[in-house]
Design a protein around this ligand. Sequence first.
Ligand code: NDP
Length: 277
Amino acid sequence: MDRYAVIGNPIAHSKSPWIHAAFARQTGQALAYEALLGPLDGFTATVHAFRAAGGRGMNVTVPFKLEAYALADRHTPRAEAAGAVNTLVFERSGILGDNTDGAGLVRDLSANLGCTLAGRRILLLGAGGATRGVLLPLLGSRPAALTIANRTVGKARTLAERFTVHAAGTGLDACGFAELAGRRFDLVINATAASLAGELPPLPPGLYAEGALAYDMMYGHGDTRFMQAARADGAAHVADGLGMLVEQAAESFALWRGIRPDSAPVLAALRRQLDAG
Ligand code: NDP
């Protein structure tokens, strides 16, 4: 049976084995998918051992996405742009590195949440790995403007400069949180790690245009402080990142198996499971 795994540290709470088992059942694919705790000083050796034991591919999560990029022999354009890899495909000729996070986010926004991206003003909070992973697919959906805001402003500026070449007709700029005062957006995406610590980026009030969506990449802990504050600040719609998790998994599954699962029922079942505690 074809073997796959997700590798991370920590990994015990990963939902990926459950999601991929559901995809496999739904599409009639015979495969095994496990969670591997990657040693902090032994990522590469663990990946090679899994491949040597017959592994066909892996998902990679925190903190190994940069090491996975370095390990891959070649990259998809979106992984190349991100400089980070969340999906490894073990091919006869070597290891392909892809990054499905951005495609997962865009699909969740457009297919699951009905959010139009073309022509809209997007605010992306954070300048870490998650932001790097989603910038190319977001720019590819042709928003009118995309602003990257980060606590450490220099990191946001570096990213904006690096992705200018992909911006086409999108106005791409970077700033700190305080400089957002007086600006309004149709979509605000929280890609900071603030929610993980129960914190909130210090955002000025009045960010949300009429009908705007506030999206927190964090998932699994109910409404975050970002989501609560967005509602109070007038966001018409609020969502967490569970859909992104399921959609990036669907994208990896399609890459490995050549068949795209129907993610909607899997997302609904996972949501019910998490809501039930
Ligand atoms: P990183 O550690 O790479 O980046 C952290 C970012 O958050 C930096 O920009 C940092 O700012 C900022 N930050 C951290 N704490 C605060 C705070 N208290 N206030 C304001 N800014 C803060 O993390 P990742 O990019 O890998 O992950 C970010 C989030 O995205 C996590 O919650 C993660 O769970 C989520 N995620 C969700 C996915 C999904 O499928 N739904 C996929 C990938 C990520 P500074 O540069 O100033 O330090």
